[in-house]
Design a binder for this molecule. Structure first.
Ligand code: B12
Ligand code: SF4
Length: 504
């Protein structure tokens, strides 16, 4: 592959144009390729005909490899569609998958005729080395590329993991590679021109259920304050950005390291949103809370997960029920909206834990009604086929479906794209969830969402939200959640959003 040849980087459709944010994975990869390989980005969130665009781009033979970013769930389907189309048109063109799905399920990804290489976890260095090996630049051979999974005569080979790297914190993102970067700025409840941005990399925790832990293995790096300052100034001057959604896996790290970043944010005073842990917020000093307030943090997404300390311990979350309550109180007293996410119906006691969580949510709503609540089903990550760790093997073999049969996870990308597994990946369903319980959770979520319409939905009118609230109040008060058909209909009429699917 000559330097003039191109790598096509594709972000398959995952959300509507209205909710599209910068395709950060592709932008980071493109920045890493700079000076070594040319790259073109196709974003299926803004280009709804991205498959045809990709086929046109490869037609003249100048593209030497295609990189596709893949999150499990709906994006897997779009990734399959574009990869199949490319394979059909140019069967010898190498197709590389990377991102959350292939990192967790490299075997399933490679068990597809339209995927040649899987890059696990951080992709920058692995992709460059893979391209070097494919073009026979230097002496690199596939066996030596860390973080790569590939096929050797139909056998899947997983090379060793690559070590965590903070190198991308030194690179500016190539906004000019995108067609009209301004189309990614969104009117949200945070601001008129909200941007999706990642400051820090990774997370130092290793919660067993979380894909981030599989990607970073407990490693994390914060950007220098000067870098954050430079980026915010750039985004403000260039795009007129007035609000930020931080896509950092976990924004609040050790307080001493956070203070310089909070000082930068306090300088810009743009409303912001981020992921946070309850223990970090609870332990923050009053001085730092003052900075948080000054910087205009509007909402913090906190993985509360469960009110049961045994489950929090089981999933190695490292936080407790009391810390969740304390974090809610801290947020309330400092003018920050806590957005709590919960994982219902764990396989150990789906019904009991679900009812307990409903009660806990009701308690929190009494303490701080503005708290936002995100309800998911607990869906543990599938075990990698070569993972022989006794604890993960035990946990996997303990999973049973509603009929008591062992849960068998899909072995191919196509199987993962089937509706029940898309739902699994999106935390909407699980094999041990009975239809009755699934219905009850959906009904509770509907009643709760109507009784307390989300502030993130700026499309529904104020009167529409008030009507929903009034309509849902008796059901919520008397806990009559079953079959709230009138709320379902009203919700549709009012065109109320589901932030779990859309993001802000
Ligand atoms: C933004 C985002 C979204 C957006 C999508 C973007 C948009 N609005 O335009 C939306 C809101 C639609 C979304 C949806 C979902 N998301 Co999401 N999302 C994220 C988030 C916050 C940021 C992703 C990002 O841009 N990261 C920054 C880039 C630079 O990192 P990256 O993507 O990991 O890329 C690096 C590597 O993975 C690799 N790489 C990635 N792609 C490729 C491709 C190639 C070729 C190579 C070589 C390498 C490579 O190299 C990159 C640079 O190092 C992440 C959390 C996070 N901070 O990553 C969750 C996250 C990826 N989402 C996740 C999930 C589960 C989902 C959902 C499937 C379910 C859910 N309920 O959240 C839904 C699907 C909903 C639906 N449509 O029905 C999980 C994945 C976990 C897992 N088990 O795999 C994450 C990690 C959140 C979490 N902590 O659980 N999401
Ligand atoms: S703290 Fe959050 S991001 Fe980090 S491993 Fe746990 S759940 Fe994942």
């Amino acid at each position: 592959m000559a330097a003039s040849q191109r790598v096509l980087l594709i972000n398959p459709t995952i959300t509507s144009h209205r909710h599209a944010r910068f395709p950060l994975a592709m932008m980071n990869l493109s920045a890493a390729l700079e000076g070594k390989y040319e790259s073109t980005i196709i974003d299926g969130n803004v280009d709804r005909d991205y498959v045809s665009t990709a086929l046109r781009a490869i037609a003249d033979g100048s593209v030497s490899a295609v990189g596709v970013t893949v999150m499990g769930g709906p994006q897997l389907r779009s990734a399959i569609a574009v990869s199949k189309a490319i394979r059909e048109k140019l069967p010898t063109l190498p197709i590389v998958w990377g991102g959350a799905f292939p990192t967790v399920c490299p075997d399933a990804a490679l068990n597809a005729a339209y995927v040649d290489y899987v890059v696990r976890a951080q992709g920058e260095d692995t992709l460059v080395e893979l391209l070097d090996a494919l073009t026979e630049r230097g002496n690199l051979v596939l066996e030596s590329i860390l973080g790569l999974s590939w096929k050797l005569r139909r056998e899947i080979v997983h090379n060793k993991d690559r070590k965590f790297s903070a190198a991308s914190l030194d690179r500016m993102l190539p906004y000019d590679k995108l067609e009209n970067p301004r189309q990614y700025l969104r009117n949200t409840y945070l601001g008129r021109r909200t941007i999706g941005y990642q400051a820090a990399l990774g997370c130092r925790f290793r919660c067993t259920f979380c894909g981030v832990a599989k990607m970073f293995h407990g490693k994390m790096a914060l950007p220098p304050a000067a870098r954050l300052d430079q980026d915010l100034q750039f985004m403000k001057d260039r795009f007129g950005v007035d609000a930020i959604q931080f896509y950092d896996h976990n924004f609040f790290d050790r307080e001493v390291d956070m203070v310089p970043l909070l000082e930068v944010l306090a300088k810009y005073r743009m409303p912001w949103w981020c992921y946070a842990r309850s223990d970090a917020l609870v332990n923050l000093s009053e001085r730092s809370w003052a900075l948080v307030k000054k910087s205009r943090l509007r909402m913090a997404y906190i993985g509360a997960e469960s009110p049961s300390d045994w489950l929090l311990h089981d999933i190695r979350k490292g936080t407790s029920r009391d810390q969740t309550l304390e974090a809610v109180e801290k947020c309330r007293s400092h003018g920050v909206i806590p957005e709590l996410s919960f994982m219902l119906a764990p396989p150990q006691d789906p019904e009991g834990e679900t009812e307990k969580t409903f009660e806990f949510i009701r308690l929190i709503k009494r303490l701080h009604p503005a708290t936002e609540v995100m309800i998911y089903i607990y869906t543990p990550l599938p075990r990698r086929q070569d993972d022989r760790n006794p604890a993960s093997m035990r946990a996997a073999s303990a999973l049973r479906d509603c009929d008591g049969k062992p849960v068998v996870f899909p072995k191919t990308a196509d199987e993962w794209a089937e509706p029940q597994w898309v739902d699994y990946w999106c935390h909407q369903s699980a094999p041990w969830l009975s239809e009755r319980l699934r219905r009850r959770i959906v009904d509770f979520t509907t009643v709760l969402g109507c009784r307390y319409p989300t502030i993130m939905d700026i499309r529904a009118s104020a009167w529409g939200k008030s009507a929903l609230r009034a309509l849902a109040s008796w059901r919520y008060r008397f806990q009559r959640y079953d079959d709230p058909w009138e709320l379902r209909v009203s919700r549709k009429l009012i065109r109320h959003w589901d932030p779990r699917v859309m993001s802000l």
